[in-house]
Design a protein around this ligand. Structure first.
Ligand code: SAM
Length: 231
C-alpha cells in the first residue's frame, strides 16, 4: 500500500492497542485519517484541527453520519468536531484527549510554531499517547526526483538523529517516554537508512490527576469550530 495508507494503518493499530475514547488529529488536512478512525468502535470523540479551512472542507461530507449509522444502537455515540486553528496556540477545546496524532505535520511548521508546539501538545493537551510522524531525510536519496525536500511546503526534513534528539528532549521535558519506529522499510542491506517515514510514539509516564488536568488551563478560546457532525 502507498505510504500515506501505511501511516494511517499505523495509527489504527495504535488505536487498537490503546483503545482511546477521545482522539484528536492535528494537521488533519482533508480528514482522511479522521474518516478512517470513524470506524474504530472504541472512539467516542474525534476532533480535527487544521490551519487551512478549505482543505478541511474538501471531503468533510464523508464524516457525516451514514444512513445506517442511525440504525446503530445508541450506546455507540460518536461526536466529530473540526476546528480551524494552529497547533502553536492553546485552546480549551483541545483538552481531555487520550490520543493525539500529528501525521506529517511538524515539517510544515515555521520555526516559531515548532518552538511552541511541544508546550501546546505535551504541556497543555497532555494526552496519554502522542504519535508524531515526519519524513526521514536519510531516505531521500532513494526516492526518485527528490532534490532538497519531498514537498515544497516543508520547512525542514530531519534525519534520524535530529528527529530522535528533538523527540527525546521533548519527552524528557514533559514526562513522556518515547519509542521510535516508522513505515516504509529501506531496501535489503540498507537498514541504517531507516524508515521512509519516521514515527515517534510518546506515552505519558504518570497518569494525569484531575487536578493537573485542569489547573492553570483557564485559556481563552482561539480556535474556530468548523462543524459538529455527530451520530
Ligand atoms: N495529517 C495529514 C496526512 O497525514 O495526510 C495531512 C498532512 S499535510 C502534509 C500537513 C497539514 O498540516 C496541512 O493540511 C496543513 O494545512 C496543516 N498545518 C500546517 N501548519 C499548521 C499549523 N500551524 N496548525 C495546524 N495545522 C497546520
Amino acid at each position: 500500500p502507498p505510504l500515506y495508507k501505511q501511516r494511517y494503518q499505523f495509527v489504527k493499530d495504535i488505536v487498537g492497542k490503546y483503545k482511546p475514547k477521545k482522539v484528536a488529529d492535528l494537521g488533519c488536512s482533508d480528514c482522511t485519517l479522521l474518516w478512517m478512525l470513524k470506524f474504530c468502535s472504541c472512539i467516542e470523540v474525534l476532533a480535527g484541527v487544521d490551519i487551512c479551512t478549505s482543505v478541511m472542507k474538501e471531503k468533510m461530507h464523508r464524516l457525516s453520519p451514514l444512513p445506517g449509522d442511525y440504525l446503530q444502537p445508541a450506546e455507540r455515540r460518536l461526536t466529530i468536531t473540526l476546528h480551524h486553528g494552529s497547533v502553536a496556540h492553546k485552546d480549551p477545546c483541545m483538552l481531555g484527549f487520550d490520543l493525539v496524532t500529528c501525521i506529517e505535520l511538524i515539517e510544515h511548521l515555521e520555526e516559531s510554531e515548532l518552538e511552541k508546539f511541544p508546550e501546546v501538545v505535551f504541556g497543555f493537551m497532555a494526552p496519554s499517547i502522542v504519535v508524531i510522524s515526519t519524513p526521514n531525510s536519510e531516505f531521500n536519496p532513494l526516492l526518485p526526483g527528490v532534490t532538497l525536500f519531498r514537498h515544497p511546503d516543508h520547512k525542514f526534513e530531519w534525519n534520524q538523529a535530529q528527529f530522535q534528539s528533538w523527540a527525546l528532549e521533548t519527552a524528557r521535558c514533559y514526562d513522556y517516554s518515547v519509542e521510535f519506529t516508522g513505515v516504509g522499510h529501506p531496501p535489503t542491506g540498507m537498514k541504517n537508512v531507516g524508515f521512509c517515514t519516521q514515527i515517534g510514539v510518546f506515552v505519558r509516564k504518570y497518569p494525569q490527576t484531575s487536578q493537573s488536568a485542569h489547573s492553570d488551563k483557564s485559556t481563552e478560546a482561539v480556535y474556530k469550530t468548523a462543524m459538529y457532525p455527530s451520530l
